[in-house]
Ligand binder design. Structure first.
Ligand code: HEM
Length: 507
């Protein structure tokens, strides 16, 4: 202690120096306060929250409900400070319609979605030109290998034939969740890898389980999204239960890497799937220039993983909502079956084009999208320059969330919005289906869902094929809950035990 005191005695600080230091500190404090007030005044209104973390500690599990609640108090466009970011929420149709077509709102956050877990980005996480180029190329390859064509429709129908056999269980319950998930994985596997899996293939089971775990543990608009530095630490040191999630990312990645390795060994000139197409593009670029950082095996792996994840979880969750509402309202199931009888019959397989003559079936699917709100809010967007939404200024680098949930349950758009009612999409005489522009389950604008055409084919064909062959039921007295759980998608928190009873006219 004596030593410290004598050191301090020797450390002579002159008064002018102290004054200068205090002056600098004051200057920085005033500048900081001035900038903070300027920033807050330039943003849409919203609650203050706490220092550093902002409103984060107040976020619960079903964030889309809270985002909607806050819009009732602060207006349809408001701002929350969430961790490191100012996040602007868009919660009504007029502003969302404007925002989804604003080119300054197409970017993603600077950090990867789950830094520390997966640092290489898929195109779903990219911004600017790399995103544009990757998205264009990815869609081009997928179209070449079947997306949006009758070839893919045929492959999906073959997969459904196989899937339907797995539902036969002598009137006993069936693990629908698992079976639909494996089947949907196969449709995307054909596009990405050029093959599908047996329903009991251990690799397919492990990947579905891994995707399931990732989907239920993480959330694109949850706490981790807004503190990327903390997320990196948590993943790097495998804190909390995230060691398990990290393992799941590794399972998916290493499986996709195996597929890429096999394609590279085969070294085929023919492009039959996404990996072939991407590798061919890499070779083409290598010939033209020395190195192209935008195209790499790491990005290919992440692109395939994001198609794989985004293309299965969403469709499988929608199918789970469909099952809930088919058993909750057997009269709607009968109506769909009677359209099947009129338009398709019980002998031939449905074609996607049959949807044009099946208004009630299409209305049922639209209503399942609306009420299920599987993607309750978009993946985070970022303002790439200063811009506006309505009269509100949106400064560069603010994050933006479109809360689709608010639109889907807005009583001004949908009378009695909590009621499942497919007839809201039908003309008065019930002969035509009308889809209003504000039903946007796949988002809208230049960054909408690239899998929309596949999802539409899948949903129509799976639903019609199931109802053509089976009466979907629950045991008498079963309570059918419409409660949801929320992770990467919003899905039923529990499916009732489903029974698939073969109907006599399909024998
Ligand atoms: C019912 C099924 C589906 C729903 C409701 C859905 C919904 C969405 C939505 C709302 C977005 C836009 C996010 C934004 O605004 O930033 C999106 C993006 C995306 N979806 Fe889907 N999707 C579905 C199926 C699929 C399928 C089958 C695939 C794959 C074939 C897929 C792959 C993707 C990808 C890769 C993105 C990111 C696009 C980008 O950032 O440019 N989705 N999806």
């Amino acid at each position: 202690m004596q030593k410290v005191m004598s050191l301090l005695d020797n450390f002579q600080v002159s008064a002018p120096l102290v004054n200068a230091l205090i002056g600098i500190a004051l200057f920085w404090l005033v500048k900081y306060l001035f900038n903070t007030i300027k920033r807050i005044r330039s943003l849409p209104p919203g609650p203050w929250g706490l220092p550093i973390v902002g409103y984060l500690p107040f976020l619960g599990d079903h964030v889309y409900l809270q985002f909607d609640q806050l819009s009732k108090k602060y207006g349809p466009v408001y701002c929350l400070k969430l961790g490191d970011f100012d996040v602007v929420f868009v919660c009504d149709w007029p502003h969302m319609k404007e925002a989804v077509s604003n080119d300054a709102l197409l970017a993603r956050p600077h950090a990867a979605f789950f830094p520390g877990a997966v640092d290489d980005r898929s195109f779903g996480e990219m911004s600017g030109n790399p995103w544009r180029e990757h998205r264009r190329l990815s869609l081009h390859i997928l179209r070449d290998v079947g997306l949006g064509t009758s070839t893919l429709e045929t492959l999906v129908k073959e997969e459904i034939d196989q899937f339907l056999t797995t539902l036969v269980n002598d009137g006993e319950s069936v693990d629908f969740k698992k079976k639909i998930s494996h089947s949907i994985v196969n449709n995307i596997s054909i596009l990405l890898f050029g093959h599908k899996y047996d329903h009991d293939d251990p690799a397919a089971i492990a990947i579905s389980a891994a995707n399931e775990e990732i989907g239920s543990s993480l959330n694109f608009a949850g706490v981790m999204a807004f503190l990327p530095w903390l997320t990196t630490i948590v993943f790097k040191f495998k804190l909390f239960n995230l060691a398990k999630v990290l393992k799941c990312f590794q399972i998916v990645d290493s499986h996709i890497q195996d597929e890429i390795d096999k394609h590279q060994e085969k070294n085929s000139q023919e492009v039959v799937d996404y990996i072939d197409g991407y590798l061919a593009e890499m070779k083409r670029r290598e010939k033209q220039t020395k190195v192209d950082d935008n195209f790499s095996i790491d990005i290919l792996r992440r692109n395939a993983a994001s198609f794989y994840g985004a293309g299965t979880e969403t469709v499988a969750s929608t199918m789970e909502w469909v099952m809930i509402y088919l058993v909750k309202y057997p009269e709607y199931q009968d109506k769909i079956r009677s359209e099947i009888a009129d338009v398709i019959g019980f002998e031939r397989r449905p074609d996607f084009v049959d949807r044009n003559r099946m208004p009630f079936t299409m209305a049922f699917i639209h209503e399942a999208h609306r009420i299920g709100s599987v993607v309750a809010n978009n993946l985070l967007r970022r303002a790439s320059s200063d811009t506006k939404i309505g009269n509100h200024n949106i400064p560069k680098d603010s994050l933006v969330i479109f809360n689709f949930w608010s639109i889907n349950r807005d009583p001004k758009l949908w009378p009695n919005p909590n009621k499942f009612d497919p007839t809201r999409f039908l003309t008065e005489d019930g002969t035509k289906v009308v889809k209003p522009p504000y039903l946007i389950p796949f988002g809208a604008g230049k960054r909408n869902c690239p899998g929309e055409s596949l999802a539409n084919v899948e949903l129509f064909l799976y639903i019609v094929c199931i109802i053509q062959k089976y009466r979907v039921k629950v045991k008498p007295g079963t309570e059918i809950s419409t409660e949801a759980s929320f992770g990467l998608s919003r899905r039923p928190s529990e499916l009732p035990t489903l029974i698939f009873e073969k109907i006599s006219n399909s024998d």
